[in-house]
Design a protein around this ligand. Structure first.
Ligand code: PEP
Ligand code: MG
Length: 612
């Protein structure tokens, strides 16, 4: 068969670039493999002289594909072309959708009792007695062979993936475990062999950046054992408890989510582990910390909102924690109930809250979550895999324009960390300082011109919507005037009236701060992109693996203050800083009147403003 394929079908190949700052890790790899398996062709991945089968997760993971690595995908067989095309589109989508973990902001609640600090997995407060992790073995009758047990477990994980699809991260975890199991199964004939192989894999993961997968391996093994009648159950008491463990298996989070467990303290997990993701999704207050000093079977306070555990809390501490607990839950519910109400400061000043959206679905969510309008439409979603036609673009813009009566659309912002497969930007030593955003007019003008044309066409049917076009990565006055001239030329050519459309810029490059007088004369509005502005202010790449930008640095607030003071046109903020609870009061005091935040942060942002 192999010979047959190689004789009759020409091998096809394509280079793919890992653009996600998380690398090509287990969850996206599992989705990639899941799709690769639907093709009959032989599919391989080549990287640094190693060639591996693209239909098993383990082999791909063994390549340790990280950010900026380029690998070659090859396919040979009847459906080679189709497989290459589909996998390319899927891979790019996986890279674009692979979100970085949001930074969790610590509250600063103070207690009388001794406190120990930890890293927050999931915020929240629990007051209960501590319980050490214990399990019990439950033996049941077994009528399955090893292979049947593996198939049953694999099918169950697939079913969970398919039913959980609405909660993507959870769903991806089940698929990742299924694909891991399938690749282990290929090499094991008995449960003992599977156990040995699992131990080998766990050993190999030690001290690597994939060590968070250890609990998945253990989990898979245990799930097969359970199918064989050897179930291990968590031993929990009826009383409310805070569970102390070295680590938990992802499947154990399901066991504790509707139990007496009020909080969890784990010694050995990471923020990105599947256990941590599931704890967050279940809303269980939890920390990563050394649990050695925590007494067992004694009441403690787990204030995961402040990232501390309070040992031997006195009456006042307990009362304080109860009040905080009640306030947190009331605030959460109240804030959500009031999401459609305006955000007025204590002085009665109205702050407008807009949404950052990245496609039609997130636009609907923004509506549901109480956005006043769209402050940033990241238009890249249409351009991810293939160049969209004029019609595709026009239809999508129309749908989004119709949803709100105030929409700011940002023109294509590629370059830097956002590469497009069909746009050939010559290699750059510093892509973040290269052809990015508005600079694309210099190298690929047609793509931006066509986008402007599509926006203008869409604007004609959404006459009640205020449409604002925003150019990203502007660093000089000339770039903006040239872009605006091109826009007018396109409108004239197609006889479209664009007098109602506003044109503005994102402030992301520090040079703009010193050109405000000139920009004031030509732009209709500004939006501060703090994500990029901070990377350019500090000369620290926003995706840098070890260097971190201090997002709350006074430098950033001074820059914003300078912009607000100099601007004679409306200013909004659309970077992540706009939804940072510690930053919001400072931004309001500086005089910022409009914030644009992710849909899910709208209710909380409004509530914080109501207390400023
Ligand atoms: C920003 O830079 O702050 C911004 C909102 O744009 P993006 O994160 O899409 O680069
Ligand atoms: Mg930006």
């Amino acid at each position: 068969m192999q010979l047959f394929k190689s004789l009759f079908y020409k091998p096809l190949s394509i280079d793919l670039n890992v653009t996600s700052s998380n690398g090509f890790h287990l969850r996206p790899v599992a989705q990639f493999v899941h799709t690769a398996k639907t093709f009959s062709s032989d599919i391989h991945i080549m990287f640094k002289n190693k060639k591996v089968n693209a239909k098993t997760v383990n082999t791909i993971l063994s390549l340790s594909l990280d950010t900026h690595h380029t690998f070659t995908l090859t396919a040979q067989g009847k459906d080679a072309e189709k497989s290459i095309n589909s996998l390319k589109v899927l891979f790019e989508k996986l890279m674009q959708n692979d979100v970085e973990l949001e930074k969790i902001h610590k509250n600063t609640n103070r207690y009388e009792g001794t406190t120990l600090e930890g890293d927050i997995i999931c915020k929240g407060i629990a007051i209960a007695s501590t319980l050490n992790y214990q399990t019990e073995l439950i033996q049941r009758d077994n009528r399955l062979t090893f292979k049947e047990a593996v198939t049953q477990t694999s099918n169950m994980l697939l079913e969970k993936y398919e039913t959980e699809k609405t909660n993507t991260q959870n769903a991806e975890i089940y698929l990742a475990q299924k694909e891991l199991l399938d690749s282990l199964n290929e090499k094991s004939e008995t449960i003992e062999a599977l156990e040995l192989l699992t131990q080998k894999e766990i050993h190999a993961l030690k001290d690597t950046n994939l060590s968070a997968k250890v609990s998945d391996y253990k989990d898979i093994l245990q799930q097969v054992k359970t199918a064989l009648g050897l179930e291990i159950k968590l031993h929990l008491s009826k009383e409310n408890v805070i569970l102390l463990a070295n680590d938990l298996l992802p499947s154990e989070i399901t066991q504790i989510s509707n139990s007496s467990v009020q909080g969890v303290l784990l010694k050995n997990t990471s923020m990105n582990s599947h256990t941590a993701i599931l704890l967050r999704s279940a809303g269980i207050p939890s920390l990563i910390m050394d649990t050695k000093q925590i007494p067992l079977n004694q009441t403690i306070i787990l204030d995961a909102s402040s990232g501390v555990v309070v040992l031997s809390p006195d009456k006042e501490d307990i009362q304080k924690a109860i009040t905080l607990q009640e306030t947190e839950s009331i605030e959460k519910n109240n804030a959500y109930d009031k999401r459609y109400e305006p955000a007025l400061t204590t002085q009665g000043n109205k702050i407008s809250i807009y949404a950052n959206v990245s496609d039609v679905e997130s636009t609907s969510l923004a509506k549901e979550e109480g956005a006043q309008g769209i402050g940033l439409l990241r238009s890249e979603f249409l351009f991810k895999s293939v160049k969209p036609t004029l019609k595709t673009q026009t239809n999508a813009y129309q749908e989004i324009f119709d949803a709100f009566d105030d929409v700011t659309i940002r023109t294509l912002d590629v370059g830097g960390d956002k590469a497009l497969p069909y746009i050939d930007i010559p290699p750059e030593n510093n892509p973040f300082l290269g052809i990015r955003g508005i600079r694309l007019f210099q190298t690929h003008p047609i793509i931006l011109e066509e986008q402007l044309h599509a926006i203008f066409l869409a604007s004609q049917t959404s006459l009640d919507t205020k449409i604002k076009i925003m150019f990203p990565m502007v660093s000089s006055v000339g770039e903006f005037t040239q872009a605006k001239e091109i826009a007018h030329a396109i409108a004239d050519k197609h006889q479209i009236n664009i007098t109602n459309i506003d044109f503005g810029i994102m402030i992301e490059v520090p040079s703009v701060l010193f050109l405000m007088d000139k920009f004031n004369e030509i732009v209709d509005f500004y939006s501060i992109g703090t994500n990029d502005l901070s990377q350019y202010l500090f000369a620290i790449e926003r995706t840098h693996p070890s260097l971190k930008i201090d997002i709350l640095s006074p430098v950033i607030f001074s820059a914003i203050e300078m912009i607000v003071n100099k601007a004679t046109k409306p200013v909004s903020i659309c970077g992540e800083l706009a939804s940072n609870p510690d930053a919001i009061p400072k931004l309001i005091h500086i005089g910022v009147k409009t914030l644009s935040v992710n849909a899910k942060s709208i209710a909380q942002t409004k509530e914080i403003i109501r207390h400023v």
